[in-house]
Design a protein around this ligand. Structure first.
Ligand code: KG4
Ligand code: ZN
Length: 343
């Protein structure tokens, strides 16, 4: 089985060909970081134009690298059909529909979040359903029970900002560029995490929800105060990053402990925690999760760093999981800006 995966829902144009037993035959990711850099975040109109310009040639390259000459040699064309920036999603979906229509290859609309959720089963064949999932990306922050393909139960969600968004905003306040996650992580390495005490929102509350807007505002106030006192930026940037990241670590630890407790009561066979989405690339957060798992007799599973952020292989793989269950679609499905995993 060979499936082409197309991902255009945010700021990466990504295409991959993956086999049914999880071999990645090709993997193309074209990041739009440079285009969005001056704005400190993704500009939807710029993103969809860049996807339009890049997608044809990325697909050609991915097919060539996978040594597939004709589209009808594929068993499926999987495409992100949402959620995401609608202009970009439309670009990917229209391309996939066109390819499916002319080649007769079945099309598989994939929920981007399901792509992140299932990536671990592409890279680690030992991960079986059900498992507990912390999904943390630029647009989402959720804790879910993953019971099977298309079967999700939500335990917690952010009431406001997504975690990746919080990283991006902190980086923007400090003039560190976009995307903020990797650079905040790097600066935090040599910072003093105890210099600033930011609010641990939701910590101690009995549920599994998150809130990051208070933390973001607290960091902004702190940065503004230091700057207005003419404290040079380079004397506190590392410490802000480290203090922010440590605060995030404490919040995640508290929320995950509740989630594990809930899981134990309702689905005691779960003993695996998967972390997925762009923020899962963060080594500090992985370490904090590793510690929580150790304390609770869970095992932590995380995809390799390059498959944490958006990519085509995760979409191809989710397509394969669905194809194996006979879940294809006709061409009448529509791209969706919003598409929650749990309604
Ligand atoms: O999954 P993703 O590529 O796109 C979405 O579906 O949103 O996630 C992108 C997000 C960005 O907010 C980026 O800053 C964050 O993931 N990110 C990180 C790291 N690498 C990427 N956040 C924290 N630490 C990282 N190392
Ligand atoms: Zn994503």
């Amino acid at each position: 089985m060979k499936v082409l995966g197309i991902e255009t829902s945010c700021d990466e144009t990504a295409v991959a060909v993956v086999t049914g037993d999880g071999e990645i035959l090709s993997h193309e990711v074209l990041s739009q970081t440079k285009e969005h850099m001056p704005y400190g975040g993704v500009v939807p109109e710029i993103a969809s134009r860049a996807h339009m310009n890049a997608l044809d040639s990325l697909i050609t390259k991915a097919m060539r690298d996978a040594q597939i000459n004709n589209f009808d040699e594929l068993d499926g064309i999987a495409v992100t059909a949402g959620p995401g920036l609608i202009g970009g999603v439309i670009v990917g979906v229209m391309m996939a529909k066109g390819l499916s229509a002319v080649s007769g290859v079945p099309i598989i609309p994939v929920n981007h979040l399901e792509g992140h959720a299932l990536t671990i089963r592409l890279t680690d064949k030992s991960v079986e359903f059900p498992f507990l999932l912390l999904l943390v990306s630029g647009g989402h922050c959720q804790i879910l029970k993953v019971l099977g393909v298309g079967q999700y139960e939500r335990l917690g969600i952010s009431m406001d900002d997504a975690l990746g968004e919080a990283f991006d905003k902190v980086a923007k306040m400090l003039g560190l560029g976009y995307p903020g996650g990797p650079i905040v992580e790097k600066y935090a390495l040599s910072g003093d995490a105890s210099r600033f005490n930011f609010p641990r929102s939701m910590v101690g509350k009995p549920h599994c929800d998150f809130s990051f807007s208070g933390l973001k505002t607290a960091v902004k106030r702190q940065v503004d105060e230091l700057l207005s006192n003419e404290v040079p930026l380079d004397t506190f940037t590392h410490d802000i990053c480290a203090s922010f990241q440590a605060c995030v670590g404490d919040i995640i630890e508290d929320r995950m402990k509740n989630a594990i407790k809930l899981c134990r009561q309702s689905t005691p066979q779960i003993s695996t925690l998967v972390v997925a989405g762009g923020v899962a690339a963060n080594k500090y957060i992985r370490q904090r999760l590793e510690n929580i798992c150790l304390e609770n007799a869970f095992s932590l599973k995380a995809p390799p760093i390059k498959l944490c952020t958006d990519n085509g292989a995760m979409i191809a793989w989710a397509g394969i999981e669905k194809l194996k269950l006979g879940e294809t679609s006709d061409l009448s499905f529509v791209p969706r800006a919003r598409w929650p995993l749990v309604s």
